[in-house]
Design a protein around this ligand. Structure first.
Ligand SMILES: Nc1nc2c(ncn2[C@@H]2O[C@H](COP(=O)(O)OP(=O)(O)OP(=O)(O)O)[C@@H](O)[C@H]2O)c(=O)[nH]1
Ligand SMILES: [Mg+2]
Length: 467
């Protein structure tokens, strides 16, 4: 992870030049008299959305462990965690150097925390979607087209159990609609099989099942024990925990009782005269199913220090996989953010009536001619290469094509890859998205990357007659 000295995060990264042009459009619209009133706040937030690192919201049912995961990602106990409905508002955790900004909606608040990924993401903790108190409405608003806060986050970390219930599928489907770009979406969703330590099935099979059940192309899934992740990242491990692990590892009767759960361990501990408070202290920081795989490594000396234990549990917790997914999404922050904010602008236009809608549409049409947007179109297509619709393209050809579309390769596309795309571009019966990607690849293979040094969006947009 990128951190500057002292463990502080590197300076925040903005999504990129196309998002910058979209921010200019939002700011110019906001400065016009005809957009005075409630639309101002929404346009302000859209401009901020374009200028901040990737906005990620952690969502899911009440008490599924959202705040625990947020704390693990933040590396400290910032969000309250309890075994009952707890989180009552949306909190956006942001890099200390970002402008303070205004919260995207009522019942949202901002908090400054220098967490490891703060240079690449802004992280929101949210109330559970199915609260008894009704506070989940603020989260549902972020996922519902009718609200100004809809798609105020670009990426969802959606927590569920090992199964994806109907309500969750419907929410995810709506979010895809809110944030989809030209080439479809789903690339901006990470399904988290939460409290995976409580599941008996192997974690990889849970992840595969979630992806299949979501029926959303492009989603990723990670099984996570957030409790273990928080223990490691919030540095809650103490020498006493390691000493208790050694006691368990050195006593075959006790070690055999651990997989049976707390009750079995308690009975055995009482019989063998082992102190219960030490076992309870260990179980508080590490769910017992995560203790089991550590025991042989403690016994054979592979885990001999707190640092080694911490590294082992960090990997086991699934947190690194979540961070890897977020880092990879942050690489596509520009295209994902522009998709989300463009959708927000279209929905605002639909609510504001014909004259103002026309003004917004003219601005967006102008942006589509901007060289940064042409480049972005290609990056969007590169993102689509990761999805299942293009699995027929061999891996090597896919990698070469992605590099070409991202402007990262100088060389020509291998002839085999070009032939593949030519076939896909004009094959009848192909989905329009596949055909569109294929035609973009062919265009990119024959035309140099668009010049990105300068665009005149801001000047052109400013010349629009004032209302
Ligand atoms: N077994 C297990 N329990 C966990 C895990 N993560 C969290 N918990 C427990 O689940 C309970 C709820 O955790 P929270 O993080 O507050 O859940 P939340 O989703 O933020 O809850 P709300 O804010 O009320 O919606 C707490 O008692 C946590 O200790 C985990 O990975 N495994
Ligand atoms: Mg919470």
């Amino acid at each position: 992870m990128d951190t500057v000295s002292g463990g502080r995060p590197a300076p925040p990264r903005t999504p990129g030049p196309a998002a910058g042009c979209l921010a200019v459009l939002c700011e110019l619209l906001r400065s016009r008299n005809e957009f005075a009133g409630p639309a101002c706040a929404v346009l302000d937030d859209m401009a901020a959305h374009c200028r901040e690192p990737l906005r990620v919201a952690v969502t899911g049912d009440v008490s599924c462990g959202k705040s625990t995961l947020v704390n693990a990602l933040l590396g400290g106990r910032h969000a309250a965690v309890r075994w009952e409905e707890t989180t009552a508002e949306v909190t956006w955790y942001r890099h200390p150097s970002l402008p303070p900004g205004l919260p995207p909606g009522p019942e949202h608040r901002m908090a400054v925390v220098p967490f490891p990924l703060a240079d690449r993401i802004v992280l929101a903790d949210t109330p559970g979607v199915n609260t008894a108190s009704g506070r989940g409405r603020v989260t549902e608003d972020m996922l519902s087209a009718a609200s100004d806060a809809a798609a105020s986050a670009t990426v969802l970390l959606y927590l569920s159990g090992a199964e994806l219930m109907g309500g969750s599928r419907e929410r995810l489907r709506r979010f895809v609609e809110l944030t989809r770009g030209e080439y479809g979406s789903g690339f901006n969703i990470v399904l988290v099989a939460a409290k995976a330590d409580t599941c008996t099935a192997p974690w990889p099979s849970i992840e595969e099942n979630l992806i299949a059940k979501s029926r959303i192309p492009g989603v990723r899934a990670v099984a996570v024990s957030q409790q273990l992740a928080m223990t490691v990242r919030a540095e809650l491990l103490r020498p006493g925990h390691l000493a208790t692990l050694r006691t368990l590892a050195g006593n075959s009767e006790l070690a055999a009782a651990v997989p049976g759960g707390w009750h079995a361990l308690e009975l055995t501990a009482r019989r063998t005269g082992v102190a219960m408070d030490a076992l309870a202290a260990l179980a508080e920081v590490a769910p017992l199913p995560c203790v089991t795989p550590a025991l042989p490594l403690v016994a054979d000396g592979t885990i001999g220090t707190l640092r080694q234990l911490s590294g082992f549990w960090e990997e086991l917790s699934g947190l690194r996989a979540v961070e890897a997914a977020l880092e990879s999404l942050a690489e596509d922050s520009e295209v994902l953010t522009v998709n989300a904010v463009t959708g927000r602008l279209h929905r605002l236009a639909a609510r504001l009536g014909a004259a103002r809608a026309d003004r917004i549409q003219r601005g967006l049409a102008q942006l589509r001619r901007c060289p940064h947007f042409v480049a972005l179109d290609r990056r969007g297509a590169a993102l689509h290469l990761r999805g299942p619709a293009l699995r027929s393209v061999p891996d090597g050809d896919r990698a070469a094509t992605a590099a070409l579309l991202r402007g990262e390769s100088d060389g020509p596309l291998p002839p085999s890859a070009l032939a593949h795309w030519q076939r896909l571009a004009f094959q009848p019966g192909r989905s329009t998205e596949v055909g569109r990607v294929a035609r973009l690849v062919i265009e990119a293979a024959s035309a140099p990357p668009p010049v990105q040094a300068h665009c005149s969006c801001a000047e052109t947009l400013r010349k629009e007659p004032r209302g």
